[in-house]
Structure formats: C-alpha cells, structure tokens
Design a binder for this molecule. Structure first.
Ligand SMILES: NC(=O)c1ccc[n+]([C@@H]2O[C@H](COP(=O)([O-])OP(=O)(O)OC[C@H]3O[C@@H](n4cnc5c(N)ncnc54)[C@H](O)[C@@H]3O)[C@@H](O)[C@H]2O)c1
Length: 445
C-alpha cells in the first residue's frame, strides 16, 4: 500500500521507516529542508537504536523516500499520515497550528479519495477539526468533499529509546474511525505488524483520541505516585526500592513506571498532562489529580539542585560532574529533561560543570554552549569534582569502577537521581551516595 507521513520527527520518521520495513511504499515529508537533505542521504537526524540501518535498507530497496514537497507525497499515497508536533500553547492546551496547517495543505493537493490519518497526539475532538479544515479548503476549490476523504485517529504509543521496536511490534494498535470500510483498510495496512497477535482496537474517533492522553497521564501518575512515596521513605528510613518490589509484584500494580527518581521529562508526558488538564477544565471536569502529578514532578526535578545546596551551602567555585543529560536512556532527546533544571540551577550557582552523555551532548551543546565542559567518557568529567550527579539511566553508568571514580573526584559524593546504586554499598567504599527515597540524613532532605 502507498502512504505518506507528514512530519519526519521522532514519530513520523520511525513510523515511515516501520511501514517501509513491512513492505509498504512510503514518502516521508517535512518542511525542514536540512532534515530532508540529511534523510535523503540515508542519515538519521535523531538517535534511535537501529533506526539508521533500517532507514538505509528501505531507501535502497526503493520503498522509502523523503521530500519537502507535500503535494508530491499526497498525490502518490492513499493514506496521508499527519505526524507533526503538538506543543503546549501558553494556556497549556495542545497547539494544533501545525496539524491543521498540514490538513489544509493536504486538502489543496487532493485530487482523488484519500484517508487522512492523525497520528500526532491531539485532544479529543481534533479529528473533527481536521475534517472541517479539509472540507473548507476543498469547498473553496469547488470540490465535492463528501466522497474525497475520510479522517482516522491513530495515536502513536512508541517510546523514545525503543521507538523502532515499539513501531514494528506494537503492544496494540488503536484506530478510531467513523466509517467501517476505512477501519478495514487501516487493519490491512497494519496487518504485517499485528500477525503475532498484537491487538488492533477499532473504536470511535473520540475514544481513540482520548486513549492516548489517558495512557500517558496514567503513566505520569504512576511516576509521581512512587516519587511521593519516596519522599516518605526519605523521612522514615524506608527504602523505596524495597517498597517498589513489594508493591509492583502485585499484578494489578506492576513494576513498569514504578521507579522513583528526578521526574519524568521528554516531549510527551509533560505536555500531554498539561493538555489533558486543559481539556478537563474546558469541559468543567476537575483535573486536580493531574495538577498534583505535575506539581510533584516539578519538585522532583529540583531535588538534585536542592541536595547540592544542602551539602555545599557556602561553597563557591563548586565543581559538578554530571552523568547523563537525555531525558531517558537510549535517546538524544533533551526536551523537558530533568538535566535542564539541574543545569540551570548549577549555572545560577556559578558552578563549574562537566557532563558526559553518550548521545545527547550535541543537543546540550546547542543549548548551553561553553557553559558546560563536555567529557570524552564518563571518567573524563570527574577530575576535581566535588559531587557527581547521575541524571540519566544509561547502561554505561550502571556499574562504574568506583575506586577510579573516588580517586578522580575531589570529594566522593554521588547524587543518584535514578536509583542505580546502593547507597549502603557505596558507603562501605567511603562514598556518600544520596538516592531518591533511599533514606537521607536530615541535613540533606
Ligand atoms: N516523541 C515521542 O515519543 C512521541 C510518542 C508518541 C506520540 N508523539 C506525538 O507525535 C507528534 C510528533 O511528535 P515528535 O516527537 O515526532 O515531534 P518532532 O518535533 O520530533 O517532529 C515534528 C516534525 O514535524 C515537522 N513539521 C512541523 N510542521 C510541519 C509542516 N507544516 N509540514 C511539514 N512538516 C512539519 C517538523 O519539522 C518536525 O520535523 C506529537 O503530537 C507528539 O505528541 C510523540
């Protein structure tokens, strides 16, 4: 089948590669000329494990191409996916500017019947707006809109860091339609992904749209919940890692997303929680539960900075080493990363900062320039450091050579923002380690 995917960012690009890998013919569209030039050479503008290899393979196989010409994409495709960004507007709502602009642009190029698939995360009711926008543009050009298109909601559930795997082997495919025939065509499009029994849920469009927000908001709630429990642990001597095991082994609760730490970040949870609060407010549905989730998360992000202030109250010229800057492991994405809050706090303190991250240093350099020294490897940022702060759970940081760490640092103090280390074990090595919810001396709370 033939499709185009408008927006070649984290979601659009991985979706395009995934469909091509399954044998469909895909045109990736983006208005960013630099991105399209890079992609056209078979190079990925983002880091995702395995992505570049599949990108090249499918381009070489003639199933995948890229263009800035949206009209060309639409003219050769039955399915037109919209996968552009939906950032928060000033009032917290999802800014639908790019989605509706693309809908209008697609409409200008429609000659024959097309299925417009909204893959961007959009508030309930948006697919209707997309249809209205298309109808309006078609009407202006005197075309009979009723038979020329259908709109589908097909939210994306991929996780950055394992995006390709999630797209190729989705837990579930959610498809919102108001035309059963289109539902069958969408099932056919997804058939190669779901042969192993992964479910396809065909439903009405508003339910599909809301499913995405409900999923992200629930996962964010799980994280903020365990973080609140971690605060109780820090005040009582309980260890959140034990509490997590005891809780998470209840199948009704489950272990995933039950990790205390320096909060969630990324391009989705923070913005989707905000947008859902806004949706609730506009409908008169009180969303206090999510406002609290958000407030807890903001507090979590400030914990490492507060700890540094508590441990080194009057220290000038503090030397801070940081491991990890990406919002999570296996990605170069720093959008809403906890590291940004900590870096800003340390810059205000006039600390000397050295940071190592396996993939995100390019993005951090673009944002902070020479206010940060970037290391060649994890140990390169340690010489003379007063404190080491772990902010991203990359595997490379999991089992460091602690003797080497201790020998390089001026003071053996570790803030473990992702609970990767055992503070008691490090204590026996003469290293002070402060986790999140692992028990903390009063002066460091
Ligand atoms: N990143 C994730 O993990 C993730 C997961 C699931 C869903 N989503 C949702 O998917 C959507 C896209 O997210 P993303 O992370 O891929 O965003 P992104 O910012 O990485 O990519 C968006 C792309 O769209 C392009 N674009 C914007 N306006 C355009 C236009 N008018 N014409 C052509 N191209 C245009 C941009 O140049 C950019 O390359 C969002 O709604 C997001 O909430 C993201």
């Amino acid at each position: 089948m033939k499709l185009c995917v408008v927006g070649s960012g984290y979601v659009g690009l991985v979706t395009a590669v995934g469909f091509a890998e399954m044998g469909h013919t895909v045109v990736g569209v983006d208005r960013d000329e630099g991105k399209i030039a890079l992609l056209s050479q078979g190079r990925s503008p983002i880091y995702e494990p395995g992505l570049e290899e599949l990108l090249r393979r499918n381009m070489e196989g003639g199933r995948l191409s890229f263009t800035t010409d949206l009209g060309a994409g639409v003219s050769s495709s039955l399915f037109c996916f919209i996968a552009v960004g939906t950032p928060n507007a000033d009032d917290g709502s999802a800014d639908l500017g790019a989605v509706l602009e693309v809908a209008g642009d697609i409409a200008k190029s429609i000659r024959d019947y097309r299925i417009i698939v909204v893959k961007s995360t959009v508030p309930v009711g948006t697919s209707k707006k997309v249809a209205e926008t298309i109808r309006k543009v078609l009407g202006q050009s005197g075309k009979e809109s009723q038979t020329l298109f259908d709109v589908v909601s097909n939210p994306e559930f991929l996780k950055e860091g394992s995006a390709l795997d999630d797209v190729l082997r989705p837990d579930r495919v959610v498809i919102g339609v108001d035309n059963p025939r289109v539902g069958e065509l969408m099932k056919e499009l997804y058939a190669p992904f779901t042969r192993n029994g992964h479910p396809v849920y065909l439903m009405d469009i508003p339910s599909a749209e809301l499913t995405k927000y409900a999923s992200n908001a629930f996962l964010a709630t799980k994280i903020s919940f365990i973080n609140k429990m971690a605060e109780i642990c820090d005040r009582t001597g309980a260890d959140i890692m034990n509490v997590r095991l005891g809780m998470g082994s209840d199948p009704r609760i489950g272990m995933p997303f039950l990790y205390a730490g320096v909060g969630y970040g990324g391009s989705c949870f923070p913005k989707d929680v905000k947008a859902l609060i806004h949706t609730g407010n506009t409908l008169g549905v009180t969303m206090g539960i999510l406002s609290e989730v958000e407030a807890i998360n903001e507090e979590q992000k400030r914990i490492p900075g507060r700890l540094v202030d508590a441990l080194f109250p009057d220290r000038e010229d503090l030397r801070v080493a940081i491991w990890g800057g990406a919002f999570k492991a296996e990605t170069d994405d720093i959008r809403e990363a906890s590291s940004l809050v900590f870096l800003d706090q340390m810059i205000v303190r006039k600390a000397r900062i050295a940071l190592y991250d396996p993939e995100a240093m390019g993005n951090l350099r673009a944002r902070y320039g020479d206010r940060i020294r970037f290391g060649k490897d994890p140990y390169d940022v340690l010489p003379g450091a007063d404190v080491l702060c772990l902010l991203t759970e990359w595997r490379i940081f999991r089992t460091p050579d602690w003797d080497r760490v201790k020998a390089l640092m001026a003071r053996p103090v570790v803030i473990d923002g992702r609970n990767q280390y055992d503070p008691r074990e490090l204590g026996t090595r003469g290293i002070d380690c402060y986790g999140i919810g692992r028990g903390r001396p009063r002066e460091a709370r």
